[in-house]
Structures are given as C-alpha cells and as structure tokens.
Design a protein around this ligand. Sequence first.
Ligand SMILES: Nc1ncnc2c1ncn2[C@@H]1O[C@H](COP(=O)(O)OP(=O)(O)OP(=O)(O)O)[C@@H](O)[C@H]1O
Length: 225
Amino acid sequence: MIEFDDVSFRDLEIPHLKIPEGVCAVFGPNGSGKSTFLKLLSGMELPEKGSILIDGSVPRKTESGYLSEFPDKNILFERVADEIASPLKFRHTDCSKTNEIVNRVVEKLGITHLYNKNIKKLSGGEKVLVELATAIVADPDLLILDEPDSHLDPFTAGEIFGIITELEITHVVFCTQNMERAGEIAGYAVYMEDGRVAASGTPASVFEELKGTCFYPENFPAGTG
Ligand SMILES: Nc1ncnc2c1ncn2[C@@H]1O[C@H](COP(=O)(O)OP(=O)(O)OP(=O)(O)O)[C@@H](O)[C@H]1O
C-alpha cells in the first residue's frame, strides 16, 4: 500500500490517500500537480509536511525506477547496453551478473537489436523502451512513469503499456492524458485538480464522478464509443 498522510509540498496538498498494490493511473489538467506527485513518490522531492510511505518505507528507502516525460534528459551513456546497465553498476553488481540481468531485460522488452546502438540515434519510442529497461533493471518495488505515452504514436504507446502491465512489479504509478488507456490498464485511478486529489478509486468510480467533464472517457470501457 502507498500512503500519503497530511502531505504538503509547494501548492500540493494531500491530506489522505491510499493506493493499493497494482497499476495506478494519475490524470488531470495541465499544472494540476501530477509530475510533482510522482516526484514526491520517487523521493526526488521531499514533502514540506506529512509523510509518504510505500509498504511502510519512505520513498528514498524504496527501490524504485523512474521514467521521465523526456527520457533524453536523463540519458547518461551513449551505448544502449551501458545505459541499461548503469543502475546495476552504481550498485556495484559484478560484471557477469550485470550482463546476465541486462540481457534478460532487453529480451523481455524485445529490444535485443538495440543493444549496441547509440541512444542518440534511436527514435523517440525506442528511447522510451531503453529508459523503461533502465528503470526496471534493478528490479524495483515501485515503477513511476511520467506520461510515457506523450511522444508516442498510438501503436507504440499501446505496446509500451502492454509491457508495463505484464511486469511483475508491486506498484506501478503512471500519469497520462489518455483517459481510455488509464481506464484499460489501471486498477486504481487518481484524478488531480489544483494540487488536490479531487477523486480516487477504481477507474470506473472516478470516471463516474467526472461525467460531463472533458476528463470523462466516452470510450470507457474500451470499445464502447
Ligand atoms: N520546480 C518547480 N518550482 C516551483 N513550482 C513548480 C516547479 N515545478 C512545477 N511547479 C508548479 O507546480 C504546479 C504543478 O506542476 P506539475 O508539473 O506537477 O503539474 P502537471 O499536472 O504535471 O502538469 P502538466 O500536465 O502540464 O505536465 C504548477 O503550478 C507548476 O508551475
């Protein structure tokens, strides 16, 4: 369980929120606080007040992987294999174990053909897959994805979300502007407005509260529109 208790940070105020295990979608208007929420969850930012616990541990003591909205910004190495291996190298995992894990992850994500490529020369979707591999290579308990679909065509976005739902990670929290997608793959949804959680619960219950707004997905459940 992810628990926010009496949390304040900048304009964000979350008195109480509990997110169960599984996949959680965070959505809401621009500037509503989604990225800030994800940064607090990752431990990149610390609350000014209150506490955030992930299965009883603070974010900075939780093994987490983070995929930013702009993967280019976080790339450290040129060669795909070196980038994906970097979280393991920073943890001083030995070389043969690192190679074994990297090989397993690239196979899982279907990107073995990119192994020796220069990341700068990859397409946007390929970069997202490489950064997703980097985010999961250290076997996180929490995977955070900030609009992983924002620069992708619908087919590639669908593929990436398909992969995300098949990963065996205790907590996956992503934000998106695609409500249909959120409803399809998430077991829990958080709708934000003005730095507040305006609705949370199953996607169906949250969408019910959003009927009549532009955040109500006409095609939910998928294929009904
Ligand atoms: N580094 C920062 N310092 C101060 N204020 C910030 C900072 N980053 C974001 N904000 C402010 O916090 C608020 C929430 O921003 P945030 O990026 O979390 O929203 P968002 O819902 O992710 O937006 P978008 O959908 O446009 O990406 C905004 O008013 C923004 O201006």
